[in-house]
Design a protein around this ligand. Structure first.
Ligand SMILES: N[C@@H](CCC(=O)N[C@@H](CS)C(=O)NCC(=O)O)C(=O)O
Length: 223
C-alpha cells in the first residue's frame, strides 16, 4: 500500500512542512497531493483524507490520520529509527515535540511561517520573547545532552527535528534572538538539502498569501 499525503501551500503552511518532512527525511515513499489553502479544491482534496479541514493528512489504504502528532506515531510504528533509540533521549524528544505541538502560541500567531521573505525591524512582544527563550533552552539542552553524534537535536535526524523545522524558519524570517547552540542548529536546518528542496518548490509556486507579509522592510530570506 502506498502512502498518500495532503498538504497546503509550501511557503506558508508550517504543519504541511512537518507532514512532508516525516516522509522525505526518512525515505518513506509517498504520493503528495496539494491544493491552495482555503479554496474549494482544498476542502475537496481533504474529502479523501477523512473530510477534516486541516493539513497535513495522510492515508494508507483505509488508515487515515489527520494530525501531525498522530501521523508521527503512526509512521514510527512501522518505520524504526524515527525517534531516538536511547529511552532517555526518546523521552525528552517526545516531550519537546508535544510541547511544540500544543504550545508556543504567541510565537506562532505573531510570526506566521513565511519562507518567501524576511522582515527587518520586527519587534517581538514579551510573550514572543518568552517563547523564543524556551525554544532556545530546548535546542541547547537537546544538543548538549544528546547531540554528540551529529548536527541535529539528538545527533541523528529524528522526529524532533521535523517538528522544530518550521519553528527554525520563524527565527530566520523575523530575525529572532538566539544563543550560539540555537544559531548553529538553525543553520543546520536551513542548509539541509531536503528543506531547501521544499522551500524551492514553494517559491516556484510564485504565490503570495494575503495577510502573511508584514508592513516592514523586506529582506532576502535567510540573510
Ligand atoms: N494540530 C494540527 C494542526 C494543523 C493545522 O492547523 N494546519 C493548518 C495549515 S498550517 C490548516 O490546515 N489550516 C486550515 C484551517 O484551519 O482551516 C496538526 O498537528 O496537524
Amino acid at each position: 500500500m502506498t502512502y498518500q499525503l495532503a498538504i497546503g501551500d509550501r511557503t506558508y503552511s508550517s504543519w504541511s512542512l512537518r507532514g512532508w518532512l516525516m516522509f522525505a527525511k526518512f525515505d518513506i515513499p509517498v504520493e503528495v497531493k496539494t491544493a491552495r489553502m482555503y479554496t474549494p479544491e482544498f476542502f475537496e482534496m481533504l474529502k479523501d483524507f477523512g473530510g477534516g479541514r486541516t493539513v497535513p493528512a495522510m492515508r494508507n489504504g483505509d488508515v487515515v490520520v489527520s494530525d501531525t502528532l498522530a501521523m508521527a506515531e503512526t509512521l514510527a510504528d512501522d518505520h524504526p529509527g524515527m525517534w531516538p533509540a536511547d529511552p532517555v533521549a526518546r523521552g525528552y524528544a517526545r516531550s519537546i515535540v508535544a510541547e511544540m505541538h500544543s504550545g508556543f502560541t504567541a510565537l506562532r500567531s505573531a510570526c506566521t511561517m513565511n519562507l518567501r521573505v524576511g522582515f527587518s525591524g520586527f519587534k517581538p512582544s514579551e510573550a514572543v520573547l518568552k517563547d523564543c527563550t524556551r525554544i532556545d533552552q530546548i535546542w541547547t539542552e537537546a544538543r548538549t545532552r544528546f547531540g554528540a553524534s551529529g548536527p541535529w537535536l539528538f545527533g541523528e535526524y529524528s522526529l524532533a527535528d521535523v517538528f522544530y523545522a518550521p519553528v527554525v524558519t520563524r527565527f530566520v524570517t523575523y530575525s529572532l534572538p538566539r544563543g550560539d547552540a540555537a544559531a548553529a542548529y538553525i543553520q543546520t536546518t536551513i542548509t539541509d538539502p531536503t528543506f531547501i528542496a521544499w522551500r524551492d518548490a514553494g517559491l516556484a509556486e510564485n504565490y503570495i498569501q494575503p495577510g502573511y507579509d508584514l508592513d516592514l522592510r523586506m529582506v532576502a530570506w535567510g540573510e
